[in-house]
Design a protein around this ligand. Structure first.
Ligand code: BGC
Length: 265
């Protein structure tokens, strides 16, 4: 990978320029984010998440990503695909089981040499969409669903995050919902967009009943293909593809870290 250097980005807190990392079940992505504009200001670097995704191996990849980006700031935000409470991992659906109980903030901060603040990946993406994207100024409940390796959810009420909702682990047809419908399930079962759309609609009907949102936002890799399956969604709530598509996770991770450190979350 090339070494990237970005001039004049030394004082990250003052310029609100923070490195955001999105650890996924399949790939780990990172870029420098301008929080004033809610945009990536460096090339997005994407590397495969190690297999097996043991804590030490993932930590090394994350540190390498930051080094490659040439980021020299003291604060980094990280979205992680599990329940995250006070920086500690509490579930392991699409990452190695050894993660359970690991303090992600401590592990990553130590290896990188900067303060890392972690949150659930879907919550991070949701935060970005609420601040800069399709959820901006939307009152009441808003639900973001990320469709990728897993099925992540982020619930907001009047713009305030209710963390770690994990609706992707509710049961649909006696299955964990993300095993029935997700990016992974679509590929594994070679689903047509019609099959995927119909299954995803069933998931949306369920979360719609649970949360009565005013808006559902779709993020994650498959949101890029929203046009292919939108015609199969009949749920009685507005559904929109995320403005930032799958950049929302990186942008939201940076935003979460900045606001958490500033005591705003
Ligand atoms: C995890 C969630 C995560 C989602 C998307 C699920 O398997 O349980 O924490 O948000 O995948 O990565």
């Amino acid at each position: 990978m090339r070494q990237h250097t970005y001039p004049n980005t030394g004082n990250y807190m003052q310029t609100k320029t923070i490195f955001g990392i999105d650890v996924g079940g399949t790939n780990t992505k990172g870029a420098i984010v301008d929080l004033g504009k809610g945009e990536l200001i460096s090339e997005r670097i994407k590397v495969p998440t190690p297999v097996p995704s043991k804590p030490e191996a993932v930590a090394k990849v994350v540190a390498e990503l930051v080094r490659q980006a040439g980021y020299k700031g003291k604060l980094i935000g990280c979205g992680f695909p599990s329940i995250v409470k006070d920086g500690v991992c509490h579930s392991a659906a699409n990452i190695d089981a050894e993660w359970k109980g690991v303090n992600i903030n401590k592990l990553f901060s130590k290896i990188i040499g900067a303060k890392v603040i972690t949150t659930n990946d879907a919550d991070a993406a949701g935060l970005a969409e609420m601040r800069y994207g399709k959820g901006k100024n939307v009152k009441g409940n808003v639900l973001l669903v990320t469709i990728g390796t897993g099925l992540g959810t982020a619930l907001f009420t009047d713009g305030i995050l209710v963390p770690n909702t994990e609706f992707g682990h509710c049961t649909l047809h006696n299955m964990i919902a993300e095993h029935y419908v997700s990016g992974t399930a679509r590929k594994a079962e070679n689903m047509t967009w019609k099959e995927f759309g119909n299954r995803f609609n069933e998931f949306l009907e369920m979360v719609n009943r649970l949360t009565s949102p005013n808006l559902i936002i779709l993020g994650g890799g498959i949101s890029n293909f929203y046009r292919q399956f939108r015609k199969y969604l009949t749920v009685d709530t507005r559904v929109k593809a995320a403005k930032m598509f799958n950049h929302a996770g990186i942008i939201g991770a940076a935003l979460y870290a900045y606001e958490k450190k500033a005591g705003k979350l």
